[in-house]
Design a protein around this ligand. Structure first.
Ligand code: TTP
Ligand code: MN
Ligand code: MN
Ligand code: MN
Length: 412
């Protein structure tokens, strides 16, 4: 017992996936510096270090008591090397951590943070802009737009809607988006599922985007066929001939009703089951669903309807102007639309509900402890390649020999 709590340290250390990580926990002051360092390294492009700090943060989030002295945590698994312990010791002793303060105030971090806040700009582009072009802010990008040769079309929209896209999306707004997408989906096909996943499914009250999974039943396996997604005026890559699928028709309707500000189709190469397994040996969260990374107009009021006659601007300066118009009845919002065939649904819901760290640990556990391959498409045995079907998330946890974990406890 620690401070009156009964706490089974051996169980905690030996079963990291049986830990509960809820949004409300006992150690916000200690989690904050570790979460910051995770975010810092992710922003600066070192995913390994970011992961180590995220794992340490998750360990403290799942403790059933508030830590008051180092002796309570020195031998907990997940806190990594001495670095995290040093940060925690200093935070406990002084209430803050000099390394965190220095990193938070560093000019390079502040610049890279602003630049990667632009949709379409990742760490490597931000690093180049900062190092070789002396770009430190979004206004620098606008001022130098003509000579920066930023070819990714998303960046133009990321710059134009920078303010909106960096304002957290409330649950209310996410549900409003779900509502407008639902309305158009019902015009396209009958009885489809449209599930709000991502952080909202884990109980978060706000997020950076809206993750929506679409499923239209078993006889619609090629529902996302892409040929006419392109004719729907959606930017995409690749694409073979095929029939007119649900995602294509949905996107065309969203376009015609004037809800789409930008949409980028992600059409992965068609994979057979064997290829799914092979590529999924990576612990990465990327999957092979047909999906669309969109910027949609999120209504600010329930009774707002888009004007399909609204000019679609395409040059940066008119986009920036329209992007800063405050009283237009909508706000730009990032939406991920994913088309999922029925038999993969529970795996897709699990994968897209996150958190990223929870899924990463789950996949690693499946692979190294059970010799299974878990992806957002399914669960396979490595040797025989046998697929383990599931009709629910509960059945997936059962396949893995784990207690079912409610989404609200997956906030690792
Ligand atoms: P995010 O939307 O990035 O994260 P989030 O919803 O947890 O947090 P936020 O509030 O900031 O939006 O990703 C949601 C989940 O989707 C995450 O667990 C990873 C998963 N995902 C895939 O499975 N495949 C993909 O291709 C992508 C882009 C994400
Ligand atoms: Mn970015
Ligand atoms: Mn999300
Ligand atoms: Mn997302």
């Amino acid at each position: 017992p620690i401070d009156g709590f009964s706490f089974d340290k051996d169980f905690f250390n030996n079963n990291p996936l049986e830990r509960h990580a809820s949004l409300d926990h006992h150690n916000p002051e200690l989690v904050a510096p570790l979460s910051f360092l995770s975010e810092y390294w992710s922003t600066m492009g070192d995913e390994q270090r970011s992961l180590a700090f995220a794992t340490a943060a998750a360990t403290l989030k799942s403790l059933p008591f508030a830590v008051t002295t180092m002796s309570q945590i020195v031998d907990l698994k997940g806190l990594g090397s001495g670095h995290c312990l040093k940060v925690l010791q200093e935070t406990l002793d002084t209430g803050s951590c000099r390394e965190v303060v220095a990193k938070r105030d560093s000019d390079k971090y502040k610049s890279i943070k602003s630049l990667t806040g632009v949709y379409g700009i990742g760490n490597s582009v931000a690093e180049k802009l900062y190092t070789s072009r002396n770009i430190t802010r979004v206004s620098d990008i606008i001022a130098s737009w003509g000579c920066l040769a930023l070819h990714d079309e998303r960046i133009k929209y990321g710059v134009a809607y920078y303010g909106d896209l960096n304002t957290p999306v409330t649950r209310e707004a996410a549900e409003r988006i779900q509502g407008v997408v639902r309305r158009e989906l019902d015009q396209v096909a009958q009885g489809c599922k449209l599930e709000l996943t991502g952080g909202y499914r884990r109980g978060k009250s706000s997020g950076h985007d809206v993750d929506l999974l679409v499923c239209c039943g078993s006889n619609d396996e090629d529902g996302a066929s892409v040929s006419s997604v392109r004719s729907a005026g959606v930017v995409g890559s690749g694409g073979n001939a095929g029939t007119d699928g649900v995602l294509a028709r949905l996107l065309r309707r969203l376009r015609h009703t004037g809800l789409i500000l930008h949409a980028r189709l992600d059409r992965p190469p068609a994979l057979n089951e064997a290829a799914y397994r092979k590529q999924s040996d990576r612990v990465s969260s990327m999957d092979n669903y047909e999906k669309c990374f969109c910027i949609l107009k999120c209504p600010l009021q329930d009774d707002w309807t888009p004007d399909p006659m609204d000019d679609i601007q395409t040059d940066l300066s008119s986009l920036v102007t329209s992007g800063q118009n405050g009283d237009r009845g909508w706000r730009a919002t990032r939406v991920d639309l994913v088309y999922v065939p029925q038999h993969q649904w529970p795996y897709a819901v699990l994968g897209w509900s996150g958190s990223k760290l929870f899924l990463r640990l789950l996949r690693r556990y499946a692979s190294s402890t059970l010799g299974l391959v878990l992806t957002s498409h399914g669960l396979w045995s490595k040797d025989r390649g046998r697929l383990l079907p599931a009709n629910s998330e509960q059945e997936i946890f059962a396949h893995l020999g784990l207690t079912y974990k409610h989404p609200s406890q997956r906030n690792f």
